[in-house]
Design a protein around this ligand. Structure first.
Ligand SMILES: NC(=O)c1ccc[n+]([C@@H]2O[C@H](COP(=O)([O-])OP(=O)(O)OC[C@H]3O[C@@H](n4cnc5c(N)ncnc54)[C@H](OP(=O)(O)O)[C@@H]3O)[C@@H](O)[C@H]2O)c1
Length: 232
């Protein structure tokens, strides 16, 4: 039995595969968009940058920025990943961190406007580079810890550039927002699932008896899409 308040109806048009991904990643994208739009330059001349842009969340963020006309630069860790993402979203600049000087490439891709907000699920040295890239008044939104490393920032950087550091996670969102707000964000997540169905790729589906293989696949480099587990 599930509490009726937490049950969400699946639109008839969506496959089980998309329905299985309909909440967490789209809600994360909605939560990130709200954080970005709190910055006065986003929606005007400010540019967003996101790392791990080829991830399932990253592809939804890219699709959402496209729909809402938000300037975005995607950052990935390999040339291979950059080529794949360029094919998927030909109009969105992609920069690979495989080469030194990638941060300069991001600045060039911004073509003048300030890099106002960065979305980062990686952490460590990459986050330090993002803090350098941000324009004065910029905001870093940390929503993952893939690198599992700390980052360091000198107080003078925060002071002189007036930077904001913000951590966001869906667990806190669930417990903190009002029922009305939650309903509105879930409606937005459903719209994302309906509008961006092609981005809800499945990397592979495993049975309940194959959990170890599923976990290994979920962290495999170069994987595209979400690993699902389905009772057969
Ligand atoms: N805060 C929240 O509430 C929330 C909610 C949902 C997800 N998340 C986080 O969002 C992130 C993405 O999740 P997802 O399911 O969309 O991931 P995913 O589809 O599994 O993709 C993972 C991505 O991370 C990249 N990556 C892995 N290790 C890396 C490293 N050391 N340096 C740079 N890039 C690296 C991979 O690049 P390659 O393609 O090159 O392998 C891939 O693009 C995860 O950290 C997840 O925990 C947070």
């Amino acid at each position: 039995m599930a509490d009726a308040e937490v049950v969400v109806a699946v639109p008839a048009e969506l496959s089980d595969e998309v329905a299985a991904q309909m909440l967490v990643n789209p809600l994360t994208a909605v939560m990130l968009r709200r954080e970005a739009e709190e910055h006065q330059a986003i929606g005007y001349d400010g540019v967003l940058v996101q790392t791990a842009a080829g991830s399932s969340v990253g592809r939804l963020v890219t699709g959402m920025c496209d729909v809402h006309g938000l300037g975005l630069i995607n950052v990935v860790r390999s040339d291979r990943g950059a080529a794949a993402l360029r094919k998927r979203f030909p109009d969105v600049p992609v920069v690979s961190t495989e080469h030194q000087g990638w941060a300069q490439e991001v600045r060039r891709a911004a073509v003048g406007p300030p890099v106002s907000v960065a979305f980062d699920p990686i952490g460590g040295k990459l986050t330090e580079s993002l803090l350098d890239l941000l324009a004065p008044g910029g905001k870093l939104v940390s929503y993952g810890q893939i690198a599992d490393e700390p980052f360091s920032v000198h107080a003078s950087t925060l002071l002189h550039k007036s930077l904001t550091l913000q951590g966001k996670n869906i667990g806190r969102w669930l417990s903190e927002v009002s029922a009305e707000w939650r309903a509105s964000d879930i409606a937005a997540a459903k719209l994302i699932a309906l509008a961006l169905t092609d981005q809800f790729e499945v990397a592979a589906t495993y049975g309940l008896g194959e959990l170890a293989e599923a976990v290994e696949h979920a962290v495999r480099p170069g994987k595209v899409g979400t690993v699902l587990v389905r009772p057969r």
